[in-house]
Design a protein around this ligand. Structure first.
Ligand code: ADP
Length: 603
């Protein structure tokens, strides 16, 4: 399995390489944004240059007899340049932000959708991985998409403009005077060093923050969901303390971050001022030496401001990049787990009879639990086969293998004499109807949920299926009828939705894994009747703890600890006095059958 815990082994270059296919469609937009960035960086140098010009011109003017009259032209030039630049800037900034954001939003949705499209092709085992418990897969994808997107955004909105601005400013400094350029360059490594220290100190703090916030909100959700248990055990104080501790951690973390940031920001300001002072000293010296003009003092100070601007942000950029590196790895792991893609044969059959045969099948779950040992079993077409056994005997695992959710370790499964592996998965599954003990109800209306069985079914067909599943009458009593939210139905009603889906799908092979386990006695009887009707001429595999559902099966397989112990008809197995008999007798006793029989006889 290629899933690794979060670790930082991907480099920035790797990330950009991996991102390439996702940003490629927006190439023109990216080139446009880069161009705008370049123009923006040039425009940022206009102010220092204009100021230099202004100071020098004003100085010359003051030496003239009537400076005010002569100066009008200079004022007009200065104001038109500055004004024109600001107008250009409006477009540049808008274009840069808008296109940067557009690229970010587009890339973000493509990244999210790609992950979903990809994992839908993965085999069931992938989803069983413990790494992906309780929403961890979603968190991993969400975080990956979020931080990669932020990286793209930062690149276009922060990193690129700031750094190009800085580089161009530095180039102009060198062009104007090499010595001043050199001083500005020499100060940079010290800035980098301090910024890196700051980033290192705060490394992971934002991540911890996010985790703490999630824990806190999860904690609240937990309280809401378990309020009855909390109250019944008088654990209010305990739960309160747990939340308080989380709150304190969060608070300490916040204070630490603020303190560190304030301290380093102060150091950086101080260093920046030292830089400014050095440049003032140098430029004043050069002015006095008559190497440069007075205006150049202003020019260099302002250019230096542009040079040092990105460094002020460096710790934040560094931290976010670090984040992206870490989470991107988790995301790309999910996206690139090609070895997890579900294997499928190519055989597509329009008609499948449903003769399954398992020969010497062994199976181990991905977590190492061995669930089946040397299983030999025949599920015959047109007949009803039952699997009986205590919980954990391996009955549902047999179903998992038959549906190709998992593949056996060894042994062979055939369907109609052809290896199951040869069948194309979707075609195979379109012939199988599965009703489980707990069926998934999607967030949506009853109508939508039933229609999941056959997306092309008309409303009438959906209602017809609901009638067969003894659900229709109950739905009609709901205020919104078929538009009612299916999640708000009772467990029994949800079970009938699953059965209605089965009626709608109308498959030749039906697998019932404890279909009436969550139903009351009356519903169980009704469902049994309708299932009996649908069983006609179909291949049925039924798993049930309820004797009534298995007693009339054509063949019963009794399983124990992953092995088939015996098989035969009810009568044969009863006479065998082995596993089946034990389960049968225990069920009869638990139902107090003697007393029930007496009551029925008395009446
Ligand atoms: P039954 O349906 O007879 O109650 P199962 O087939 O569900 O039994 O389980 C058989 C064994 O496999 C049990 O030991 C169970 O814990 C284990 N098992 C079932 N599902 C999984 C799974 N997804 N991952 C790991 N082990 C599993």
């Amino acid at each position: 399995m290629s899933i690794k815990p979060f670790s930082r082994t991907l480099g920035l270059i790797d990330i950009f390489k991996q991102l390439r296919p996702f940003v490629k469609p927006y190439r023109t937009m990216i080139i446009g944004t880069l161009l705008l960035t370049f123009i923006g960086a040039l425009a940022a140098q206009v102010n220092p240059l204009v100021l230099e010009y202004t100071v020098d011109e004003v100085q010359k003017l003051t030496e003239l007899p009537n400076p005010l009259a002569e100066g009008v032209q200079v004022l007009i030039i200065i104001s038109s340049i500055l004004f024109g630049k600001e107008i250009v800037n409006i477009f540049i900034q808008f274009g840069q932000k808008y296109y940067g954001e557009k690229i970010r939003i587009n890339v973000s949705s493509v990244l999210a959708q790609s992950a979903i499209d990809k994992i839908l092709t993965y085999r069931t085992a992938f989803f069983q991985n413990e790494d992906y418990d309780t929403g961890k897969l979603q968190t991993r994808i969400d975080r990956g998409v979020e931080s990669l997107t932020r990286l793209v955004q930062n690149f276009f909105i922060d990193i690129l403009p700031l750094f190009s601005n800085s580089i161009i400013a530095l180039v102009i400094m060198y062009m104007k005077n090499v010595y001043v350029g050199l001083v500005a360059t020499l100060i940079l490594p010290i800035y980098f060093w301090v910024s890196q220290k700051q980033a290192n100190k705060l490394q992971g703090v934002r991540r911890t923050f996010r985790m703490q916030r999630e824990n806190k909100s999860n904690g609240l959700i937990n309280i809401i969901q378990s309020i009855m248990v909390i109250k019944s055990f008088n654990r209010e104080k305990y739960e309160g303390t747990k939340q308080f501790d989380l709150q304190m951690d969060l608070m300490n973390n916040q204070l630490y971050t603020r303190k560190t940031n304030f301290l380093y920001d102060a150091i950086k300001s101080f260093l920046e001022q030292i830089g400014v002072v050095l440049i003032i000293l140098l430029t004043v010296y050069l002015v006095l030496d008559q190497t440069i003009s007075i205006g150049a003092i202003m020019l260099h100070i302002m250019l230096f401001n542009n040079v040092s601007a990105p460094i002020r942000q460096l710790h934040r950029i560094y931290d976010q990049m670090n984040d992206a590196l870490i989470y991107a790895e988790g995301y790309f792991d999910v996206l690139n787990s090609d070895d997890e893609i579900e294997e499928s044969g190519s055989l597509v059959k329009s008609e499948i009879r449903g003769d399954f045969e398992l020969k010497n099948v062994d199976f181990t779950y991905p977590n190492g639990t061995k669930a089946l040992y040397d299983i030999n079993m025949k599920i015959e077409a047109g007949k009803t086969t039952a699997l009986v056994g205590l919980s954990g005997a391996g009955k549902s695992t047999v179903v998992n293998l038959i549906c190709k959710f998992f593949a056996p370790d060894s042994g062979e499964i055939t369907l109609d004499g052809i290896p199951l592996n040869s069948y194309e998965n979707q075609s195979l599954r379109s012939h199988i109807g599965l009703v489980l003990q707990k069926n998934h109800i999607f967030n949506g209306s009853v109508m939508e949920n039933i229609r999941y069985g056959n997306m092309d079914a008309s409303n009438e067909e959906v209602m017809d299926a609901a009638k067969k599943a003894y659900l229709h009458d109950q739905i009609m009593t709901l205020p919104e009828k078929y538009d009612h939210n299916a999640n708000q139905l009772s467990g029994g009603q949800q079970q009938r939705i699953a059965i209605a889906r089965l009626f709608l799908k109308n498959p030749p092979i039906i697998i019932l894994d404890e279909p009436t386990a969550s139903l009351d006695a009356i519903a169980t009887e009704q469902i049994k009747n309708s299932l009996d009707a649908i069983k006609e001429n179909r291949t049925v595999l039924v798993i049930s703890h309820s004797l009534s559902q298995i007693i009339d099966s054509d063949v019963i397989y009794a399983m124990e600890q992953g092995r088939v112990i015996e098989h035969g008809t009810h009568q044969q197995l009863y006479n065998n006095e082995s596993t089946y008999r034990r389960i049968f007798d225990a069920s009869a006793r638990s139902m107090n059958l003697d007393l029930i029989a007496d009551t029925l006889n008395d009446n």
